[in-house]
Design a protein around this ligand. Structure first.
Ligand SMILES: NC(=O)c1ccc[n+]([C@@H]2O[C@H](COP(=O)([O-])OP(=O)(O)OC[C@H]3O[C@@H](n4cnc5c(N)ncnc54)[C@H](OP(=O)(O)O)[C@@H]3O)[C@@H](O)[C@H]2O)c1
Ligand SMILES: Nc1nc(=O)c(N)c(NC[C@H](O)[C@H](O)[C@H](O)COP(=O)(O)O)[nH]1
Length: 219
């Protein structure tokens, strides 16, 4: 499976503010590019932290991209995936509407009633891992459902885990020309952080987009 992480940060590496509320870092051109990356993917993944903070929809905004997918025999939108060990996704989350298939990756620790509630709300629940979602095992399961290209839209906890597990193939990072600051504001890669064996990336392209910079890396 090809795993493409896309994110937008401030110049100081923050994904949002210390309030963990969504901050519009990208401009129109970058959001249009994000829509194209979504359209080229079989599924789009976020961590449950992003679902709780942003309540994202993760479908395509551009009707032309929807028709192009349909003409290629694909579903109208990529599937949506949330990594959610304890099945905390609210049943009224926007990702659980019927516009696209939604997989909720949970661990064995997820309470049975929460799993059931998510299934009733239309989610396909995938169990992988004991306490926390095992990303390698969950990705194998997604592959068996036909997911060959996976886009990851954050946040910082899940992105760290993906780098830690060596699962990232490509990173596109939009750096907006703004400072967010705050020692408790989420960054591109949070988790425990690395103290050695830092993942090294190979810079492929640097491009001016909106009033910021788009960096493309092979990982
Ligand atoms: N600017 C951007 O591009 C962008 C993109 C996305 C999000 N954001 C911002 O980022 C913030 C949310 O980021 P976040 O770091 O709090 O949340 P996150 O990475 O979206 O979700 C983290 C949660 O995912 C769950 N998870 C399940 N399996 C995991 C695993 N193997 N490794 C790590 N986590 C796993 C954990 O909860 P359980 O232990 O309960 O499973 C964890 O707390 C919000 O402020 C949002 O606005 C910004
Ligand atoms: N590329 C990007 N630039 C930003 O400035 C920003 N704040 C996000 N944030 C990503 C986060 O996951 C959002 O929740 C989804 O981008 C919302 O997706 P929807 O429009 O609801 O489909 N992503």
């Amino acid at each position: 499976m090809h795993v493409h992480v896309n994110a937008a940060t401030s110049v100081d590496g923050k994904l949002s503010s210390r309030r963990r509320e969504q901050v519009k870092i990208s401009g129109d051109e970058d959001f249009a590019r994000v829509d194209e990356v979504r359209a080229a993917s079989d599924a789009v993944l976020v961590g449950v932290g992003t679902v709780l903070a942003d309540d994202p929809h993760l479908t395509l905004d551009d009707a032309e991209l929807v028709s192009k997918r349909e003409s290629r025999g694909k579903s109208s939108h990529p599937a949506r995936v949330v990594a959610d060990s304890r099945a905390r996704t609210p049943t009224d989350a926007r990702i659980l509407d019927d516009e696209a298939t939604t997989y909720v990756l949970v661990s064995e620790a997820a309470p049975a009633d929460r799993r059931g509630a998510l299934e009733t709300a239309g989610a396909e629940v995938v169990v992988a891992g004991d306490e926390r979602v095992s990303l390698p095992a969950a990705f194998e399961s997604l592959e068996s459902h036909g997911v060959e290209r996976l886009m990851v839209e954050g946040g910082g906890e899940i992105i760290f885990s993906l780098f830690d597990a060596g699962l990232v193939d490509e990173l596109t990072l939009y750096v907006g020309s703004m400072v967010i600051g705050g020692r408790d504001a989420p960054t591109l890669a949070d988790g425990d952080g690395f103290v050695s064996a830092f993942p090294r990336l190979s810079l492929q392209a640097v491009e001016r987009v909106d009033d910021g910079v788009l960096l493309t890396y092979e990982c």
